[in-house]
Design a binder for this molecule. Structure first.
Ligand code: C2E
Ligand code: MG
Ligand code: MG
Length: 481
């Protein structure tokens, strides 16, 4: 209780002593509650940025006390780990399944991180899907590293959202520090920046992994930032070109179609392959714009191609997860078909298991709508992912592309033979086409013929080439390769 006494003027001009008693207890409680709430992230119940800062300050104060000899001496080689964790392609979940699903995913991943980090750890959410874990008091550097590795496990299992299982992985960037650094004023912002640089390196490796900070990473992180802004500019400046790789009938060696593969004609770095910019474009969302351009350009090109020796040539376009989950995909594709005049039957969209697995139901609807228009679907890179043919029955797919890693095992590796034979057998029974990717030798062709696989693509016939060179191959009378 707080009392205030002051003199005020009374009704008849006399001085009146006014005594006010204020119940500050209530106000204090509210203040305490507010400052407590500021330390907590409302969505996940984890620490907030402010909470992490406070936990860091506490460790620094303890460290300083130890150095001054006021506390029990530091064990000689204690370590701490500061890790930044980010959900891979979280934007895809949020955009495709909605914010409620996104929030649920954040809560579940946050809870898993808390369990993996263990007691005494600080687990914070800094915003969006950006989590930070701080653990100190680890006996050895190896323990600190092992803990960072464990955090990747928070994305190992799918997250149940409503009635569906959503698959997602996480990337971890970690910096390890000696515990005694807290005593000499270690700065949170500096170590967070290190963890962030390591996180970018983990993302560049396609995620689902951990990277430890090393000085040399800073330069690479800078070049990534530059690539990102150059990417947006490159789309506007039309610096992207399509190359076409022929798809060949193995019996007659005639070209039946092509896969369109995007390249970036970079003004200073020369011709860049997809591996140098697609992962970044996927992460930032620029892939949707870039993908639109690829679809339009591929349709425009194919519409002007003359027929090949085996009839009209098909054109295959790769789709990424974000494009598949974009509600506008169907409109974009029908517009591209309409404006180019390309018959829908000549367009093949290549999808991968990882791109549909985020939302099998949602992707299923999109695919069925497009399939009804006449567009075909191919399952790309088969043999690299979960490789479950169960998808084939759920989705309107009518061709499967066997990944180059399996084809490379031919003719000697019996595992590759068995898998390819199995895929060919099953899919042919279902009326599908099987296309072998990355065929480089005649031996492989013999093996494929033996396995009754009749379509192929690979350097033996031709690498991806300009449209003009592709057409020369596609229209010639003699066999290719
Ligand atoms: P993908 O769809 O599996 O494409 C086949 C890749 O294998 C191409 O690499 C091609 O050049 C390469 N390749 C073909 N035959 C052979 C061979 O005999 N030996 C070897 N060693 N390699 C061969 P590229 O052009 O670098 O494309 C890589 C990946 O980038 C593609 O894999 C595809 O997933 C992605 N990609 C390319 N263009 C696009 C696009 O427009 N949009 C999206 N979302 N992804 C794209
Ligand atoms: Mg492909
Ligand atoms: Mg492929």
């Amino acid at each position: 209780m707080r009392t205030e006494i002051r003199v005020v003027e009374g009704e008849h001009g006399e001085d009146v002593l006014e005594v006010t008693a204020v119940d500050v207890h209530q106000t204090k409680l509210i203040e305490l509650e507010v400052s407590r709430l500021l330390l907590i992230d409302a969505l996940t119940g984890l620490a907030s940025r402010r909470g992490l800062e406070q936990a860091w300050e506490e460790r620094c104060a303890e460290g300083a006390a130890r150095m001054a000899g006021e506390a029990e001496a530091e064990p000689p080689q204690a370590w701490a780990v500061l890790a930044q964790i980010d959900i891979d392609r979280f934007g895809v979940v949020n955009a495709g399944l909605g914010m409620v699903a996104g929030d649920e995913m954040l809560r579940v991943i946050g809870e898993r991180l808390r369990a993996l980090a263990g007691e005494g750890a600080t687990v914070a959410r800094m915003g969006a899907d950006d989590f930070v874990v701080l653990v100190s008091g680890l006996a050895t550097m190896a323990d600190a590293y092992a803990l960072a590795v464990q955090l990747v496990g928070s994305g190992a299992e799918p997250v149940r959202i409503g009635v569906r299982d959503v698959y997602s992985t996480v990337s971890v960037g970690a910096t390890l520090l000696e515990q005694r650094a807290f005593g000499s004023g270690a700065r949170l912002d500096e170590h967070l920046a290190e963890a962030h640089v390591a996180l970018r390196a983990a993302k560049a490796r396609n995620g689902n992994c951990v990277e430890l900070f090393a000085e040399g990473m800073r330069a690479a992180a800078q070049s990534n930032i530059e690539t990102h802004s150059a990417l947006r500019h490159g789309i506007e400046a039309r610096q992207f070109v399509l190359h076409y790789q022929p798809i060949v009938d193995l019996e007659t060696r005639e070209v039946v179609g092509a896969e369109a593969l995007v390249r970036w004609q970079h003004p200073t770095r020369g011709l860049l392959l997809p591996s140098e910019f697609i992962p970044l474009a996927e992460e930032t969302g620029a892939i949707v714009e870039l993908g639109d351009y690829v679809i339009e350009e591929a349709c425009r090109a194919a519409a002007r191609w003359p027929a090949g020796p085996r009839g009209e040539l098909t054109v295959a376009v790769n789709l990424s997860a974000r494009q598949l989950l974009s509600p506008e995909l169907v409109t974009r594709i029908s517009r591209a078909l309409e404006s180019s005049g390309l018959a829908p039957e000549r367009l093949v969209l290549e999808i991968t298991e990882t791109s549909v697995i985020y939302d099998l139901d949602g992707a299923g609807w999109t695919l069925r709508l497009l399939a009804e228009m006449g567009v075909h679907f191919a399952l790309d890179d088969f043999g690299t992912g979960y490789s479950s043919l169960a998808y084939l029955v759920q989705l309107p797919i009518d061709r499967v592309k066997v990944d180059r890693s399996l084809v490379a095992g031919l003719p000697r590796t019996s595992g590759s033979q068995a898998v390819i034979a199995g895929v060919v057998g099953m899919t042919r029974a279902m009326g599908f086409h099987v296309i072998a990717e990355g065929v480089e030798t005649e031996d492989q062709i013999d093996a494929l013929n033996g396995l009754a696989c009749h379509l192929a693509q690979g350097f033996l016939f031709s690498p991806p080439v300009s449209e003009r060179r592709f057409l020369r191959l596609a229209t010639r009378q003699s066999p290719v390769g």
